[in-house]
Write a protein that binds this ligand. Structure first.
Ligand SMILES: [Zn+2]
Length: 610
């Protein structure tokens, strides 16, 4: 009996194999993503292995039904699962052809809520032809499934051989990707980005130990452009040639990892808060992500964090660094944590990576102290004939670190963090106090840098200084067991301090919403002589120009994203659903504002090549 049942289940695996071929062909034919040459062959094989694995995984559902003896259920399940997959692949390919990104929760919302007609440009005729496609797909699946389940299929031996080949192909293409990633082979990385829902393998450490690594000096060569999907900037920057009218100020970016919006106070950051009295303070400032890569990306590029993936695959640095380099700026880039993880060496700093010193040894506290010394020394020994750009990235609050001998005014406090013991029942106060102590430690270091700037009269009057964080840090304020960052889009994780001292500007407080996306266009238009309309290279607006209070700000996380408006957070979840939350991050039972999502979608798609 068992023998018989096994024999009968063969039709499911044959059907899965057919659908693996069909989805590969449909995706590459409809998405416009198919490449030529050797990279094209790799793309075909990797896409085929990917879809074959996906259909085999989906086949487990009807196969389970058959194991329990439910033959009819198995047949219906197989038709439903593979028919739906084909449709999703077709929709994804169409979305990719138009926008160069794969189907995600936000696009799914636009399609299913009818907002697609305006936003995605879907015509009524498209919906009509879509209904034919749906009927043809399920009709075809039904015919094939019935044919295969009634008549003979491939033998067990030939199917086993087929899937062994698929597995070998999958492993091979994944290894090729990991190797390409380690040595930064742009064409192969870009080819893998065309595969929907791919989970490419990376192993930089492993290949690095074998001696395969992208070197620092190759960065400028790799930054050379070739056409990809990241269409940035939309127009070459038009800027004043040579010297800029206001004399090219120095620029110092002081960024503290995980510095949330309510920490810039006299008790937690006494030195910085005193200095901030002389600055413009943006009180409702949002990061472009709730994690490091997406926050720093927005700050340096003036774009939503979502473009990180395209910029990384194509090694496209920000126009801000291009412009600074063209103007002959000296670069003092110091990260406490390694700046190649996340891959800022292939994004924000790719053009100047061979001029960035490797980060120092020791623990977080020692490294924060080291980069403080290095920055002050670099400013002291700079070539005074040229301006400089400094990026100084402290790390202590990210790791809740402070010197062992430091006495903390914040009591009671944890000694260390046991992440496994955190729950909704945990008292957040001792943990928050530990975090505040680490912020206080970095405040002392920032104070040294600010004092060094003020001690040199040539620097004090001619240097733009910003203090901010890459994202915030949560201590379960939203009562959903979220600690740290990368977990939700509440103000505790997404909102940061933003204090700017700009020569010639009187201190002020700005209450309207602003974003990390606004920083690069502020520098380019107000300090670096660029006249190109800002929307050609950024989704932000210069900070000192009054913008509307109804701003729509995309905030990025690995697998999900949010659209932040003044009093709502629309969260698009990794599994495809969405939530509407208020300013306090409480769920509210009201529909999504389709117009706001449309504005956010435009920002997320403007710089993808059509
Ligand atoms: Zn961070």
């Amino acid at each position: 009996m068992a023998q018989r049942r096994n024999t009968y289940s063969l039709w499911i695996w044959t059907l899965a194999a057919c659908n693996g071929v069909a989805t590969t062909v449909l995706h590459l034919a409809l998405s416009g993503a198919a490449l030529g040459g050797a990279v094209g062959v790799f793309q075909w094989l990797a896409t085929f292995a990917h879809f074959s694995a996906l259909t085999a995984a989906l086949a487990l559902l009807p196969w389970s039904a058959l194991r329990f003896g439910a033959a009819r259920t198995a047949l219906v399940a197989a038709i439903a699962v593979f028919g739906t997959l084909i449709l999703v692949v077709i929709v994804n390919a169409k979305v990719y052809a138009l926008y160069k990104f794969h189907l995600n929760a936000m696009v799914w919302f636009l399609i299913t809520q009818g907002a697609a007609v305006q936003t995605l440009g879907f015509s009524p005729q498209m919906w009509l032809s879509a209904s034919y496609v749906v009927m043809a797909t399920f009709g075809g699946q039904t015919a094939l499934a019935i044919l295969l389940s009634r008549r003979g299929t491939a033998t067990a031996r030939s199917l086993a051989r087929y899937y062994a080949w698929i597995a070998a192909l999958g492993v091979t293409t994944q290894c090729i990707h990991a190797y390409a990633d380690a040595i930064a082979q742009r064409p192969l990385l870009m080819a893998v980005r065309t595969i929907p829902w791919a989970q490419p393998l990376t192993a930089k450490g492993f290949f690095g130990r074998l001696g395969y690594a992208a070197t620092r000096s190759e960065a400028p060569d790799l930054a050379v452009q070739s056409a990809g999907t990241f269409d940035y900037p939309l127009a070459p920057l038009q800027c004043a040639g040579g010297a800029v009218a206001n004399g090219m100020p120095n620029i110092v970016m002081i960024v503290v990892d995980s510095l949330r919006y309510d920490m810039l106070t006299p008790d937690v950051m006494p030195k910085t808060a005193a200095w901030a009295e002389s600055t413009t303070r943006f009180e409702h400032h949002y990061s472009t992500g709730n994690g490091t890569r997406f926050g720093i990306f927005g700050l340096m590029y003036g774009l939503p964090g979502a473009y990180w993936h395209a910029a990384l695959a194509e090694r496209r640095g920000p126009v801000l660094i291009d412009r600074l380099d063209e103007l002959g700026y000296q670069f003092f880039v110091f990260g406490s944590a390694p700046l190649d993880s996340p891959e800022f060496h292939r994004t924000a700093f790719t053009r100047i990576w061979n001029r960035v010193a490797p980060n120092g040894p020791g623990d977080v506290v020692e490294r924060d102290r080291t980069i403080t010394r290095e920055l002050i020394e670099a400013m002291r020994t700079r070539d005074a004939a040229k301006p400089f750009f400094a990026f100084y990235f402290l790390d202590a609050p990210h790791a809740y670190a402070h010197p062992r001998d430091m006495t903390s005014p914040f009591e009671p406090t944890l000694e260390s963090v046991n992440y496994l013991s955190l729950s909704n029942a945990t008292d957040p106060v001792p943990f928050l106090n530990l975090y505040k102590t680490s912020v206080l430690f970095d405040d002392g270091l920032i104070g040294e840098v600010l004092a060094a700037l003020d001690a040199d009269p040539r620097l004090a009057d001619d240097t733009i200084v910003v203090v901010t964080g890459d994202h915030g840090q949560a201590f379960n304020e939203t009562h959903d067991n979220t600690w740290g960052h990368n977990s939700n889009f509440s103000d505790y994780e997404a909102r940061v301090p933003f204090a700017v001292r700009w020569p010639g500007r009187a201190p002020s407080v700005v209450e309207r919403p602003t974003s990390h996306m606004d920083w690069a266009p502020t520098l380019l238009t107000n300090a670096l002589g660029c006249m190109t309309p800002v929307d050609r290279y950024s989704t932000g607006s210069p900070l000192f120009e009054s913008t509307t209070s109804d701003r729509v700000l995309p905030i990025e996380q690995w697998t999900q994203r949010a659209i932040r408006t003044r009093d709502r957070v629309y969260v698009f979840l990794s599994w495809g659903g969405y939530e509407v939350r208020d300013a306090n991050y409480a769920l509210v039972g009201e529909p999504v504002d389709g117009a706001a999502i449309g504005v956010g979608f435009e920002q997320l798609s403007r710089f993808m090549r059509r």
